[in-house]
Design a protein around this ligand. Structure first.
Ligand code: NCD
Ligand code: ZN
Length: 352
């Protein structure tokens, strides 16, 4: 066994489904999945029911989190045209603002320029704005970053033309960053055909050419690996109107370590993409005395049977990987060991 020590990983794109989607995931099961995946900090998305767009909902959600999380959690505020005048209030409860420019799960959407302008004018400058932007919406986000001279982070970039546009914006020193998901790095539209609804998410899986373009930017343009862990029950996925989204917290590190073994990625770059960069970009606090231990020689097949996530399935089932998380220590306390969650509900901290 080869024991690799890494910092606690940071996932800046997780759907913990509280409030309103607790049958898919809740704060305890979602953060258990994070720990099992070597992740000690997650940022939770605001497309909940109701969405995280008012102080009342945020206060209630933070109270629930304080009793139930097993690792550290920060929340995103959601931008919505109806609540835009009060958006600054939301910054008191959250680490960043999320703007959805394109269709995805849930009704949160911003499709008008006045609301976009208001977000960039009103949201406090010391906190980040993250965008769900696909295709030409990426150009909208880059334009806003340039016009308002403030950072924009692009979620789950998946297409060749998108990553190339972000590379061009970075070459002009525009303040933009981006994340890519493991499913867009390891699966293509051929897998979407094979997997049916279990391979459906937003952005949709792309062509082999798009995937190759993402890998070509893995040591340059890409800032973070983010899971976009978006659990839905198997029953929902097999229904007539399946919602988009797949789980990812527990499969992200083994997939990326497999890429390291195959010489597609440096280990140093893995640590930047999964820990150092996300912490710096979102200005998240350091976690003292925190690390994870990984058996880098363990070869195994990803499986639905060993998951902590409530949804209980992964689109990567059957895929052979290396790198098993053996132990997680958070603030000096052992919180995960060999498949067992040791942390007590409420032992994680809510980040603001
Ligand atoms: C996400 C979800 O289910 O909340 N689904 C997805 O396909 N990615 C929403 C999102 O991140 O866009
Ligand atoms: Zn998402």
């Amino acid at each position: 066994m080869s024991n690799l020590m890494l910092p606690g990983l940071v996932d800046v794109h997780t759907h913990l489904r509280v409030p309103g989607g607790e049958h898919k995931e809740d704060f305890t099961t979602g953060t258990a999945a994070a720990l099992a995946g070597g992740i000690t900090t997650v940022l939770a998305m605001p497309n909940t029911t109701p969405p995280l767009t008012t102080p009342v909902v945020l206060e209630e959600t933070i109270q629930k989190a304080q009793h139930s999380i097993l690792c550290d959690v920060g929340l995103f505020a959601g931008a919505s045209p109806e609540q835009i005048e009060g958006v600054i209030e939301l910054s008191r409860y959250t680490v960043a603002l999320k703007i959805y420019l394109n269709d995805t799960f849930g009704p949160l959407r911003v499709e008008d320029l006045p609301t976009l302008n208001a977000c960039f004018r009103l949201w406090p400058r010391q906190k980040l704005i993250a965008m769900h932007a696909e295709g030409q919406s990426v150009a909208v986000g880059i334009g806003l970053a340039a016009a308002y001279q403030r950072p924009v982070h692009f979620c789950h970039i998946s297409r060749k033309e998108e990553i190339e546009l972000i590379a061009a914006a970075k070459a002009q020193r525009l303040p933009v960053t981006c994340e890519v998901t493991p499913h867009h790095l390891f699966l293509t539209e051929a897998d979407a055909d094979r997997l049916g609804p279990l391979g459906d998410m937003r952005p949709r899986l792309a062509t082999a050419k798009d995937v190759a373009a993402l890998w070509a930017h893995i040591h340059s343009t890409i800032d973070c690996i983010a899971t976009d862990h978006a659990p839905h029950t198997l029953e929902e996925k097999q229904s007539d109107g399946p919602p988009p989204g797949v789980a990812g917290l527990e499969t992200s590190l083994p997939l990326m370590l497999t890429a390291v073994k195959e010489n597609r990625l440096d280990l140093d770059q893995l640590v930047k993409l999964m820990a150092t960069n996300p912490r710096r970009i979102f200005k998240l606090p350091l976690q003292p005395d925190t690390h994870i231990e990984v058996d880098t020689e363990a070869e195994f097949s990803l499986s639905n049977d060993e998951l902590q996530t409530k949804c209980g399935w992964t689109p990567f089932a059957g895929m052979n990987v290396v790198g098993r998380v053996r132990r997680v220590v958070l603030r000096g306390v052992e919180v995960y060991k060999d498949g067992q969650i040791i942390a007590e509900p409420g032992s994680g901290q809510v980040l603001i």
